[in-house]
Design a protein around this ligand. Sequence first.
Ligand SMILES: [Mg+2]
Length: 189
Amino acid sequence: MKIGLDFDGIISNCGKLKSDGAKKLYDVDIPPVKFKKEIVVGEKHLTMEQYHELQKIIYGTREIGFLMEPVDGVLHFLPRLVADGHIVLVVTSRGEIELGIAKEWSIQKGLQLDFIGVGHGKSKANAANGLDFYVDDDLDKLEPLVDIVPHRFLFSWGYNAHVDVGAIAKRVASWEELYRTIQLLGGVR
Ligand SMILES: [Mg+2]
C-alpha cells in the first residue's frame, strides 16, 4: 500500500516541548495532552498571537526543534512498514524551515523518509492523491481527503479525544494498532 503519514503528532510528539515552552515563555501550566490550538486558545490559556509565537519557536528553531520526542512505537513500527514493502510518504503542514528540521531530526532518529511540505493552513488533498491510507492527529486535515484516500485514520491523543470522527475517519490509539491495521488492510505488497 501507499501510506501517508502526518509528521507532528504521528512521528514526532511535540506536546511536551509546547508545554515546557508555554511555561518558560508565558508562565502558564498546560499539560502536553491538552496542547492543541482549539483547546489552548479556546479556553484562553494563551492568546492566538502567543500560540503562534510559541509554534514558531518550537518548530522553527534548531535548538528547540531537535528536542522533540518520537511518538511511542514509531521507531519500531515505521521501519517495519517499509521492510514489509509499503511505500511511506510524510505529508506535513510544516513550512520550509520547519520541514528542514523535521527531515534532519528524522535522519538522526534513523528514519529514512520522503516528505511533502504543503505549508500551514493548506489542504493536503493534492499531496495525498494516489495514497491508499492516511493518518493524521487533526480531523480537519482528514476531511478534504474523504474522496481521495480510501482508508483514513485519526491518531488518538488527549487533545482530540472530544472530536466526533463521523464518517471522516476511524481511530487508532497507538503505533502498534496502526501497524496491525495496515497489515489487516493491505497485507504485504
Ligand atoms: Mg499533526
